[in-house]
Design a protein around this ligand. Structure first.
Ligand SMILES: Nc1nc2c(c(=O)[nH]1)N[C@H]1C(S)=C(S)[C@@H](COP(=O)(O)OP(=O)(O)OC[C@H]3O[C@@H](n4cnc5c(=O)[nH]c(N)nc54)[C@H](O)[C@@H]3O)O[C@H]1N2
Ligand SMILES: Nc1nc2c(c(=O)[nH]1)N[C@H]1C(S)=C(S)[C@@H](COP(=O)(O)OP(=O)(O)OC[C@H]3O[C@@H](n4cnc5c(=O)[nH]c(N)nc54)[C@H](O)[C@@H]3O)O[C@H]1N2
Ligand SMILES: [Mo]
Length: 775
């Protein structure tokens, strides 16, 4: 089926009189040369600028001083850890500063705002505009047939939810989680789903690092990274693959600088040479801000989108051919080496070169550097996890690390760099559409809840079920499901088929505008804010990318008196629905240590949670590979996995498109229109192309094109994209997320992990003087 799309209008599709996409009229594209140096003084001034505009001078200084300080809150920007053992104040970066400044904004969305603006009015506004209206202040309801949200009391909101829980079957409910939720909130949310009787727990991880967890757990027995932050000082070589740390994990650049200062090398593998990987000036080291900055990447490989599997195979082939492997380690710790070695013999160098876009000589050069490294770390993020063969690529990374025995010793290992600041913790404490028998039993013992054992729905499956009319109630603990998911129009169609959609949120976003028959907005405290309950001011806990659990305590006055904490909202919903539970949902909210006590009983590794989490440095969760080199796999050893190279020629379209973040956004929250590091200003509906490809198609910078994606069920097309020339291998293009999400077919997902293929979509780019209707 082809989607009905009205071409050359400002909106792609009208649905229930609501526009699911962000409108894009009025963008003014300007292009400058990309930046050579990341952070530096400009980074510092940018952090203050956004803070001043949103939260004023006092607020800015207060929040910046307390972010990641032991007595303050965990930076909501990303999951990169603080320096081991010494959480110090002021470990901030430009983008972390933006994340908390927009939360600490002085602007408010009140009931009169909703009186003035109908849902349709709001749908015509841009994502930036929606976010800039400020913090949500009181619970609101959009009743069936109404066009305005109206105020509702907390008690009535909980009653509305309860009547849905009562009328729907358990499997008709889905509870989404975005990765900012604390351990305490996430544990309760997962428990509530299971109390309702479902494992339908789609979460942002399904769109993010699911491929890492899936691939790693089957290969090495743990779905998390195996390094500590201190490993970066000891590594001889750090490979950064499919990641843009300068924008998305700026504090990681300090770790890369440490590696370099100690004589190590850094290699970048990416279709784009991102600014953060060129030079970096540490914003905390004022004296260095004036210098030239530290060069980060010693070598850069402009791989084709989706070409990493081929590149890694080439590297492993060379390492084996030159006998640059740790045979003793391989014999002792692994299984499957022989099949892996034999499979590489059949892989043709010409195929490796074509798929990766890197010459044999260069690949062999990289392999020779790897051979020399005693300790190697491979870091990766979305450039690895969001392809059809992502699980295979993660396992090729493991194969490479295993060849040199790079597990279980300081300075070496696998480092999937997580996104949302507590996405890893949420998984640890039970946000998962799969459950183990052990979890079910422990949950029952601690809480009396009888969890179903059969798997629930992930994010993609939830949208499919919604579109089939199989989900009646969708509740979201944070996030922006509509805009974050692939195939925006399908998600909109699915949400609209629900009876009730509920969003627990801090700020307004497009998921509040495309709703079920009725909808609730439940406004919550953000991480920066003081959370007072019966037993006094509460803290919550979070887990960073390296498995350290620590506390986070808000310092700012709440944006409104009517806000409730996430924990309080979940307990409110559960108490209304299940007042008879011996667990006493209503009591848990009084003192969060009661929730931590439950987590301790249910989740292994949280022994003495309360005592350990209040320590300044927090505590490391056990990690079988890092701590003991023990392999919790089917074979009891680390496993080499053999994967065929993907068939990249089978699909239609003349380009492979990836969707990336600009320097001025946090996922679906758009702070501004500029992507400073890449030199793109004033516009987001742009497509970055190789200048030779542009020339072939007679396109100039700023030319308008239509993008068409191809899938079994038909095409998706989106109009009015402006072309920008960038250094990217030919045949590859890049657009921004979330604008391009309407082009990613719902069915296009990674094998095994079911993650939308946000980084590889086959598309045709069509100069905009032709109308495409069907291909
Ligand atoms: N400021 C800021 N910080 C953030 C976020 C944010 O939006 N803004 N989001 C947070 C979240 S949830 C996450 S998951 C992380 C995301 O962090 P990243 O993964 O760094 O985010 P992306 O912008 O998706 O960048 C992916 C990178 O992979 C490259 N890439 C794409 N395809 C391929 C490929 O096939 N091979 C290789 N080798 N590279 C490829 C792209 O060129 C790009 O540099 O950041 C977190 N931190
Ligand atoms: N095409 C494409 N799509 C992608 C990606 C991509 O690279 N390309 N990346 C994917 C990835 S990695 C991720 S993680 C997902 C992100 O998906 P989500 O996590 O669903 O999206 P966010 O944009 O992070 O959510 C922002 C909203 O969260 C709410 N919020 C912020 N802070 C809090 C809080 O403390 N509590 C609560 N309750 N709400 C809060 C605000 O209302 C805000 O509008 O998107 C995915 N989608
Ligand atoms: Mo993410």
């Amino acid at each position: 089926m082809a989607l009905s799309v009205c071409l050359f209008t400002n909106f792609d599709m009208v649905l229930r009189d609501v526009y699911p996409l962000t409108p894009w009229k009025g963008e003014r594209l300007r292009v400058k040369p990309p930046k050579e140096v990341a952070a530096g003084l400009r980074g510092v001034t940018e952090s203050f600028k956004i803070g001043l505009a949103e939260s004023g001078l006092i607020g800015t200084i207060r929040t910046m001083r307390t972010v990641n300080d032991f007595s303050g809150f965990d930076c909501p920007g990303c999951a990169w850890p603080d320096p081991d053992g010494h959480r110090s104040g002021f470990e901030f970066c430009e983008n972390g500063a933006k994340a908390f400044a927009t939360e600490a904004t002085k602007k408010r969305v009140t009931r009169s705002f909703f009186e003035k603006n109908s849902v349709e009015d709001l749908s015509r506004k841009s994502d930036i505009w929606l976010d800039k209206q400020g913090r949500l202040t009181e619970p609101m309801i959009l009743r069936e047939g109404e066009i305005h949200y109206q105020p509702i009391s907390w008690a009535d909101a909980f009653r509305e939810i309860n009547s849905q829980i009562e009328s729907a079957e358990p499997h008709e409910c889905a509870l989404y989680t975005s990765g900012r939720a604390s351990n305490e909130a996430a544990f309760l949310w997962a428990s509530l789903a299971r109390r309702i009787g479902t494992n339908n727990l789609p979460d942002c991880s399904n769109m993010c690092h699911e491929s890492s967890g899936y691939g790693l757990s089957r290969a090495i027995g743990i779905g998390k990274g195996t390094v500590r932050l201190s490993c970066f000082e000891k590594a001889d070589l750090v490979i950064v693959m499919g990641q843009n740390p300068g924008t998305n994990h700026p504090r990681m650049l300090s770790a890369l600088v440490e590696c370099k200062r100690n004589g190590g090398s850094v290699v970048s593998i990416n279709p784009l040479e991102e600014t953060g990987m060129k030079r970096f000036k540490h914003p905390q080291e004022l004296i260095r801000l004036l210098g030239k900055g530290t060069q980060i990447a010693d070598d850069h490989f402009s791989v084709n989108i989706g070409g990493d599997a081929a590149l890694l195979k080439g590297v492993c082939k060379r390492l084996i051919e030159t006998d640059s492997i740790d045979s003793e380690y391989i014999d002792r710790e692994t299984v499957g080496y022989e099949s892996f070695r034999d499979s590489l013999v059949d892989v043709d160098w010409s195929e490796i070169e074509v798929q990766s876009g890197i010459s044999r000589t260069e690949i062999e050069g990289l392999a020779d550097s790897i051979a020399k490294a005693r300790n190697m770390i491979v870091c990766w993020a979305m450039g690895v996890t969001q392809h059809k063969n992502s699980v295979a690529v993660v396992q090729e990374i493991v194969n490479l690390l295993l060849l040199g025995g790079h597990f279980g010793r300081p300075g070496a290992g696998a480092c999937p760099v997580r996104g949302h600041s507590n996405v890893q913790g949420d998984r640890t404490v039970g946000i998962n559409h799969h459950v183990s028998q052990e979890y079910v039993e422990r949950l029952h013992c601690a809480t009396g809840i009888d969890s179903p054992i059969q798997p629930g729905l992930d994010s993609v499956e939830t949208v499919k079920a919604m579109c089939n009319g199989d989900i009646k109630m969708f509740m979201a603990l944070g996030g922006n499901f509509l805009s974050a998911m692939s195939d925006t129009h399908k998600v909109a169609e699915g949400l609209a088929r629900c009876d009730l959609t509920v969003q627990i949120s801090t700020k307004l976003n497009r998921s509040h505008l495309v709703t079920g028959k009725s909808a609730l907005i439940l406004p919550c405290l953000g991480r920066t804010e003081i959370d007072v309950q019966k037993a006094g001011a509460q803290f919550v806990s979070v887990e960073n990318s390296m498995g350290v659990v620590h506390s986070s305590r808000g310092v700012l006055r709440p944006a409104s008196k009517s806000l409730r904490s996430e924990v309080s909202i979940i307990c409110g919903i559960a108490q209304e629905a299940f007042p008879e539970d011996k667990l006493g949902w209503g009591n848990l909210v009084e003192d969060y240590s009661r929730i931590r006590s439950l987590i301790e009983q249910v989740i292994p590794g949280f022994e003495d949670y309360e005592e350990r989490v209040i320590k300044k440095e927090g505590f490391y969760l056990p990690n079988s590979v890092r701590d003991a080199t023990s392999w919790d796999t089917a074979s009891g050893k680390a496993e080499f996995n053999v994967h065929q190279l993907p068939d990249l020629n089978s699909s239609k379209g003349n380009f492979t498109m990836m969707t990336v973040r600009s320097h001025d956004q946090y996922n679906t929250t758009i702070y501004g229109m500029d992507d400073r590091y890449r030199g793109i200003y004033g516009a987001r509906r742009i497509v970055m192309m190789n200048s030779a490809d542009m020339k072939d198609m007679s396109l100039k910078e700023g030319s308008m094109v239509t993008i068409v994606s191809h899938w079994d069920d038909g095409i998706r097309e989106a109009v009015d994209w402006k072309v920008v020339a960038i250094e990217i291998p030919r045949g590859n293009v890049s657009t921004y997320f979330p604008e391009a999400n309407s082009l990613i077919p719902l069915g296009s997902t990674a094998d095994g992990s079911n993650t939308p293929t946000s980084k590889s979509v086959r598309v045709s780019i069509v100069k905009q003087d032709r109308i495409i209707t069907e291909v």
